[in-house]
Design a protein around this ligand. Structure first.
Ligand SMILES: *Cc1c(COP(=O)(O)O)cnc(C)c1O
Length: 410
């Protein structure tokens, strides 16, 4: 008899975006003529930039020739891409990495979900709340998160609330936690972390022998030169942190699939007997067993984001989205809403006027035909907030804002 992994049964049935789609469909059935604008889902909308498209065409042509054909690549990724990453994303910030500390992946979601395989099932985990759901759910699937209570909290997860009261700066946990997930710039709140604040986390980790899993998927959206793009800008982070990057939001790769993970060689974790084990060779072993690499074409596409043209074009698209963010932020503030984020991230986190997240979602849908994302879907501290994204087109974003203004002023 095959026994099922019952930990899966503890996961909530419904996935946030499926619930949203259901409610939008219900609206369409009763209002078939209404045009709905989504400022909800976290996918990009602008096409890939010309430099990337050119690289994809060229890589496809390579594959058509005997000399240029690429079969299985190295599990850790091609040197051409890892060298470009080192040279562009780290050396200019004074961060030195060995090439074999860089692991090319097929997007950050897989690795942020898979990385927990490196640690024992009974480690404690801590998350800032609200948070990208992958971190907790991937731990829940092997039983590490415990069980989900009525209050929406998992029994074995330490939650560090981020809300208007603490200005979205999470407090260090009052006890030691084995593993902490951080995501900056943050999805969903759009908050960023200063070097001083990040240093506190690194120091906490070093002192408590805690591992930090740092998700930097939105680092390309940082506008303020004082905000760190990588946790390795903080001294000591090489001993306590794994970092995840993605080209999805940086360069519109949500459908191309490519990112990378940094596992420093100085990073170790303990056995029950007290022996220190480096995690870099373990992750390599894991990848060689379970992963056959990211496609050659995707890696060539990612490499193209670092060419002179590529950098310029990628920056342009980010500027386009950040202009949307600015429009949203300005208009919402003018309308008297309390809003956060949107300055170094493509997300605007808005406080409702006393409604629950889902209540606000429905009022906005029926009142203005605009879709947002209920904050409670990202964790208990997200209740009473909603998320708007800057990933739409400028025209649709403008129209959504007009509708919202009309709805508010009615
Ligand atoms: C979008 C996103 C990612 C990236 O996912 P990919 O698998 O690279 O497309 C990672 N982390 C967060 C928080 C995200 O929002």
């Amino acid at each position: 008899m095959a026994l099922v992994n019952e930990h899966f049964l503890k996961l909530p049935n419904n996935y946030l975006f499926a619930d949203i789609a259901k409610k939008v469909n219900a609206f369409h059935i009763t209002h078939p003529k209404e045009d709905v604008i989504s400022l909800g889902i976290g996918d990009v909308t602008q096409p890939l930039c010309p430099a990337v498209i050119e690289a994809i065409h060229k890589a496809a042509d390579d594959m058509a020739t005997k000399q240029g054909f690429h079969g299985y690549g190295p599990e850790q990724g091609y040197d051409f891409l890892r060298e470009a990453i080192l040279k562009n994303d780290f050396l200019p910030r004074g961060i030195h990495l060995d090439l074999d500390e860089i692991f090319i992946n097929d997007g950050a979601k897989s690795d942020t979900g898979n990385i927990q395989e490196l640690i024992r099932w009974d480690n404690s985990i801590g998350v800032t709340d609200p948070i990208y759901p992958v971190y907790i759910d991937s731990n829940a699937m092997i039983g590490r998160a415990g069980t989900k209570g009525e209050d929406g909290c998992w029994s074995n997860v330490v939650y560090m609330p981020c809300n208007a009261e603490n200005n979205f700066v999470p407090q260090l946990p009052d006890r030691r936690v084995d593993v902490i997930y951080l995501c900056y710039p943050n999805n969903p709140t759009g908050a960023v972390i200063t070097k001083e604040e990040l240093r506190k986390w690194v120091n906490y980790a070093l002192k408590n022998d805690t591992l930090i899993f740092y998700d930097a998927a939105y680092q390309a959206y940082i506008q303020d030169p004082n905000i760190p793009h990588s946790i390795y800008e903080i001294r000591g982070a090489r001993k306590c942190a794994i970092e995840f990057h993605s080209y999805s939001k940086t360069a519109g790769f949500t459908g191309v699939r490519c990112g990378y993970t940094i596992v420093p060689k100085d990073l170790t974790a303990e056995t029950l007997d007290g022996e220190r084990i480096p995690l870099n060779p373990l992750w390599l072993r894991r990848q060689c067993t379970k992963f056959n690499g990211t496609s050659y074409i995707s890696q060539r596409a990612a490499e193209a984001t670092y060419s002179e043209e590529g950098k310029k074009q990628v920056k342009e698209t980010i500027g386009y989205y950040m202009n949307n963010a600015k429009m949203i932020l300005t208009e919402f503030r003018r309308l008297g809403f309390e809003c956060y984020g949107g300055k170094n991230a493509p997300y605007i986190w808005m406080k409702t006027r006393g409604q629950s997240s889902w209540q606000f979602f429905e009022e906005l849908l029926y009142g203005a035909q605009v879709v947002c994302t209920p904050g409670v879907g990202f964790g208990p501290s997200g209740e009473g907030y909603v998320r708007f994204t800057a990933f739409g087109s400028q025209e649709r974003t403008e129209e959504a804002l007009q509708r919202i203004a009309g709805w508010v002023n009615k």
